[in-house]
Design a protein around this ligand. Structure first.
Ligand code: 89V
Length: 342
């Protein structure tokens, strides 16, 4: 492959703007075209970012452009057809989370890419956040011994539907859109899951799906991890878009608090406090700065894997395990049952 990889973007909505900015930040890539069924939206995004070509249909884009990869940043139902079209065209694929609306479709997307011999990545950015990487590093350095329990909290009242109105229309909302990130981070920190139990609630009457979910995961290494997500929380401190974490081990604990404050407590040694601030980018939306900085590191990680410098961290194959947790959570809540992973 050449040094500068040529790519196209599908989708011209809220997130495309930041993912394109993040690609410019990363460098080493050239954006040739954007495609969205809404021509005006696509044209505006092209103008904003100096993208040479605009398409409204995927088929003509694949016919006319010579690409190394595509970045799919469109609605959930469009992911599978676009991933499969890219695979058919022999182009490597990045697909926005959540991969698809059901597990069988996710599996078929991974299979289509495998059969076509193209690399397949999921744009799953939360695990790349600076404070999350710091927590993982502290654990890997053995600072708290062997972890045995954890709590991961994302409880907010942020008006997320203002920027992403489509989220209000999802039949399944919070685990699909947000829980998927936190469940993926639980795997990043503690490894694979053995079983889970989940309960969901719908508090906001103006949206279709559930907006609260509490999931208790038992990891294969015995860690019990409680994942709580809510967009219905009215709290003294609004913490969007931060995940607050407590990890307990047999020799200490790590606490990630609001604004990236980390407290490391070690048996017999007291506590140390420090900060794990993410890099700041001028193009980022201040409300989403933490996520937008992790879009840069996520894209960099995918580019490194595309260039064969490192193995893919967020491959489609790996992400199947995260999606399994999403669908098992809904099934657990619907049937009030503890469920085991495959
Ligand atoms: O990144 C996301 O999935 C977003 C947000 C965290 C804002 O819900 O939709």
């Amino acid at each position: 492959m050449e040094n500068t990889l040529k790519f196209a973007v599908f989708g011209a909505g809220f997130w495309a703007n930041y993912q394109i900015s993040a690609w410019k930040q990363v460098g080493g890539v050239e954006l040739l075209a954007i495609c969205d069924p809404d021509k005006e939206k696509a044209k505006n995004m092209a103008q904003k970012h100096g993208i040479p070509k605009v398409y409204t249909e995927a088929e003509s884009l694949f016919e006319q452009e010579k690409l190394d990869f595509v970045d799919i940043i469109s609605s959930i139902p469009s992911h599978a057809p676009l991933v499969k079209a890219a695979a058919k065209a022999g182009v490597h694929v990045i697909c926005q989370k959540p991969m698809a609306q059901d597990y069988a479709t996710c599996q078929s997307m991974v299979k289509a890419c495998e059969e076509a011999g193209v690399k397949y990545f999921i744009h799953e950015n939360f695990r790349f956040q600076t404070p999350i990487r710091e927590c993982k590093k502290l654990m890997e350095e053995g600072k708290i011994g062997t972890a045995f329990r954890a709590k991961m909290t994302f409880c907010s009242g942020f008006p997320v539907f203002d920027n992403q109105p489509a989220l209000a229309e999802l039949d399944r909302f919070i685990i699909m859109d947000l829980g998927v990130h936190i469940l993926d981070m639980s795997r990043f920190l503690f490894g694979d899951v053995e079983k889970l139990y989940c309960q969901t609630q719908k508090i906001n009457p103006n949206i279709k799906g559930e907006d609260v979910a509490n999931t208790l995961l038992t990891m294969k290494n015995g860690v019990n991890c409680f994942v709580e997500v809510s967009y219905a929380s009215q709290l003294e401190q609004e913490t969007f878009p931060q995940t607050l974490i407590l990890i307990e081990g047999d020799k200490g604990s790590i606490r990630l608090d609001y604004n990236h404050h980390i407290t490391l407590t070690q048996k017999g040694q007291g506590s140390q406090k420090f900060k794990a601030d993410p890099p700041q980018y001028a193009w980022a939306d201040p409300d989403y700065a933490l996520i937008h900085s992790s879009v840069v590191t996520c894209n960099q990680s995918i580019l490194d894997a595309l260039m064969d410098r490192v193995p893919a961290e967020t491959s489609g194959q790996d992400n199947l395990k995260t999606m399994e947790l999403v669908f098992l959570s809904y099934e657990s809540s619907d049937n009030n049952k503890v469920l085991f992973t495959q």
